[in-house]
Design a protein around this ligand. Structure first.
Ligand code: NAD
Length: 290
């Protein structure tokens, strides 16, 4: 029997439909819709595509997106000034700095300047600190999206052994903390982890967030495991066609796992959805939701 495919696109659609209703109710009540400012520096095609997707999603649920698409040579100083302005802007509930930024910019300093209560990507040290302390706060969108997909399964997470492959501040580390919060026992593996397969083969929940095409093979998966593929890798096939693959060898892992996310259509749509949810949460707090 093959794994059940976790349809992130359908889940994202369902959440967005509910969100659109709430947005419309609240916008009528307070006289404005939630606003998301998206800062994109340079013309990295992948980043530009992600930003377009986020701005489209905003409009779909009735939120306003304020695009700040700036040239690649934008200075640190002018970005810092822009972030200060957006922090003060009463129409802006969420601020997203699309990563990566060009190498002449200091990414951490810019992220640190974002008002933690508008930090809808959950990357400000205050929000990461709240996560470590299990306090309420804005959580990173991709890890939060993974947790929503897991929460939708008819499976108790408590006591499960989870292995997260990847230790980035964007995905691996916050996700490990969120799994820990649900009482999983968590191991974080990374590029220097020896014997990766020995670890992954024990995982009840295996999350791949390494950015390595089809790193996770069928032999690395415990029969019946839940496998979440966060990776998005653009590869060129023998005919010269480009397509997206995840970090998991989907076709071969399918007969082994109990649940598996596809790429595309798995975690990706959830990331955008959680960004919208975070923006709405921030809006509600600012307009004084009871
Ligand atoms: P990153 O490059 O910052 O981190 C990759 C991590 O993987 C590192 O911690 C590294 O140690 C680990 N790693 C690399 N090679 C490895 C190997 N051979 N074995 C074990 N660990 C290895 O990347 P990131 O920002 O965390 O993103 C990871 C992947 O997820 C990328 O493909 C990215 O495109 C994708 N991503 C998807 C979404 C989404 O919405 N689906 C969102 C963010 C990132």
């Amino acid at each position: 029997m093959g794994a059940q495919i976790i349809d992130g696109k359908a889940t994202a659609q369902r959440i967005q439909t509910e969100l659109a209703q709430q947005v419309s109710r609240w916008a009528a009540k307070v006289g404005r819709a939630p606003g998301l400012a998206v800062i994109l520096v340079g013309d990295n095609p992948a980043s530009a595509a992600y930003v377009r997707g986020k701005e489209r999603a905003c409009q779909k649920v009735g939120m306003v997106s304020f695009g700040h698409h700036l040239p690649a040579d934008t200075s640190q100083q002018s970005l810092e000034t822009l972030i200060h302005q957006l922090n003060q802007d009463p129409e802006v509930d969420g601020i997203l700095l699309q990563l990566p930024v060009p190498p002449h910019l200091d990414e951490n300093t810019l992220l640190n300047l974002i008002d933690p209560d508008k930090d809808v990507d959950g990357l400000h040290p205050v929000n990461l600190g709240r996560l470590v302390r299990s306090e309420p706060g804005l959580r990173s969108c991709t890890p939060a999206g993974v947790m929503r997909l897991l929460a939708d399964l008819p499976i108790r997470l408590e006591g499960k052994y989870a292995v997260v492959v990847g230790r980035s501040k964007l995905v691996g580390k916050p996700l490990a903390l969120l799994l820990l919060e649900q009482n999983c026992t968590v191991t974080i593996a990374h590029s220097r982890t020896p014997e990766l397969a020995t670890l992954t083969r024990q995982a009840d929940i295996l999350v791949a967030a390494a950015g390595r095409p089809e790193l996770i093979t069928a032999e690395m998966v415990k029969p019946g495991a839940i496998v979440i593929d966060v990776g998005i890798n653009r590869v060129t096939d023998d005919n010269g066609n480009n397509h997206l693959v995840g970090d998991v060898d989907f076709a071969r892992v399918l007969p082994v796992a109990s649940h598996l996310t596809p790429v595309p259509g798995g975690v990706g749509p959830m990331t955008v959805t959680l960004l919208l949810e975070n923006t709405f949460r921030s809006f509600c707090r600012r307009v004084g939701e009871p």
